[in-house]
Design a protein. Sequence first.
Length: 304
Amino acid sequence: MLSVRTFARSAPRAISRMTASTLRASAARPVALSRASPAFVGALRPSRAAFSSTAGRRAADGETDDELSAKLESEIQIEEDMKANEQQPASVKDFLDNSPFELIDTAGQEVVKLTRSFGDEKITVSFSIADITNYDPYSEDPALEDEDLAGDDAALQGSGKQGNSASARPEEQLEEDLEEDLDEETAAPINLSIVIEKPGKTAGALNIDATAQDGNIVVENMFFYEDAKVAKVESPEAAQRRADVYPGPPFGSLDEDLQVLMERFLEERGITQAMAVFVPDYVDVKEQREYLRWLSNVKGFVDA
């Protein structure tokens, strides 16, 4: 499930700024003083010069640095509190303890990899936290949104005929429906890139594009590359060579028996429901960890 933390993080964060009226008032004061007596103005000249020098130094250091640093510290504390109150999903620990896959997670990197050996094969499953940070569940199907709006309008019109005593019920119902939608919101689909190689036997590789969502692995496309480096797309040159290779037909258009056998082929290699549950939960955990790390790095730079 898309976490409440992720949903809340999408709300705008406003940074308080000095108002225009305050700036105008500050700029107007020297003009008002200039209308005072010459002696009074003369007495103020040394302090005015000192103020200008100090303001120049502050401007050179950045006037918002302290405020920005404090705000970043506040965000870090919020994330730390959330982390302390949240438990790691059981699916994450269970998968890492019982799966033959080795987790490769580099701090600061979006992509996570799972690797294992299966007989003479080397299997690499890659996925990215970008799928959860870019996920918008409300933009998936505009037709469904239109149906919801039509249903809400019908409910409002029907309740209007029942008198004033029931006029408040539609709004209450809409709020309840919204809360239920948030509670029942499905997890973001996480894209999987599955590369199967046979080092020492063939230079080629199979590359399966799949999706992990709602506890299921859904295969979308299956490719074959004569060079395993092309399947991994670890360089711009490999990406270009990949684009030139015949991709094969969409997986859903293949013979049904072939689809079933391919899915069993993947299950034998550990691409199972357990992985489908683990991946979205781990993405959520890593996204929180990377966001906290990002906040700390930005604050460290501002404070340097």
